[in-house]
Design a protein around this ligand. Structure first.
Ligand code: E4P
Length: 216
């Protein structure tokens, strides 16, 4: 399973990259706004900066919601760097745009996916990746990991090449569960990635080894 970081914060991207296990980055308008990035040129420059840190797919989300607007914006984003993946919302116009991008060899990430039916539409249109938001599904009292499993099964049964990118991760356990059911990619906040490192027995064991090492 590939690890993406779900942030637009350059320091966090660098920290995850320095671990040596980072495969890519996802952003969204909320994450960009959180970093205080304002104006089109600043947004484009921020994507360039992210691409300068991580040598892997970087999802950049379009703001337009009509076919022409999505295509124009997506082409501009894709021209920024070879690693840019155009992130397109799961709406009717978005599906048309994903098909257009797929026909023109531009990579896409279909975002805001909450059902297997939507995931099928994204794959049919030729999306490179599909992003089911599992944390938001859990928040709404459904089972997000179960949706990942269902989409993985459907894609395997049908031979779809679209990668399942588990998004809206809330905890290290989410990452483990997504790996268990066969997600291709997990995009996570830095805290969830670092959370995978933790176990109290590791801390206790290391403290004892270091204590005993004083007698060596
Ligand atoms: C996906 O690419 C989104 O950026 C993200 O995972 C949404 O997560 P949230 O539900 O924590 O906002």
């Amino acid at each position: 399973m590939k690890f993406f970081i779900d942030t637009a914060n350059l320091a966090q991207i660098k920290e995850a990259h320095d671990l040596g296990i980072l495969d890519g980055v996802t952003t969204n308008p909320s994450l960009m706004a959180k970093e205080g990035i304002k104006g089109q040129e600043a947004i484009l420059q921020h994507y360039r900066d992210i691409c300068g840190i991580v040598d892997g797919p970087v999802s950049a989300e379009v703001l337009a919601t009509d076919f022409k607007g999505i295509v124009d914006e997506g082409m501009k984003l894709a021209a920024l760097h070879a690693n840019i993946v155009v992130k397109v919302p799961m709406i009717k116009e978005g599906i048309k745009a994903i098909k257009y991008f797929s026909d023109n060899d531009i990579k896409t990430n279909c975002t805001l996916v909450f059902s297997a039916g939507q995931a099928i539409m994204a794959a049919k249109a030729g999306a490179t990746m599909v992003s089911p938001f599992i944390g938001r599904i859990d928040d709404a009292n459904w089972d997000g990991v179960q949706l990942i499993e269902q989409i993985v099964n459907v894609y395997n049964a049908q031979g779809f090449m679209t990668e399942v990118l588990a998004a809206s991760i809330r905890s290290p356990l989410h990452i483990v569960k997504c790996a268990e059911v066969g997600a291709d990619i997990c995009t996570c906040p830095l805290s969830s990635i670092l959370g995978l490192l933790n176990h109290p027995l590791t801390d206790i064991g290391l403290a004892k080894f270091l204590e005993d090492a004083k007698n060596l």
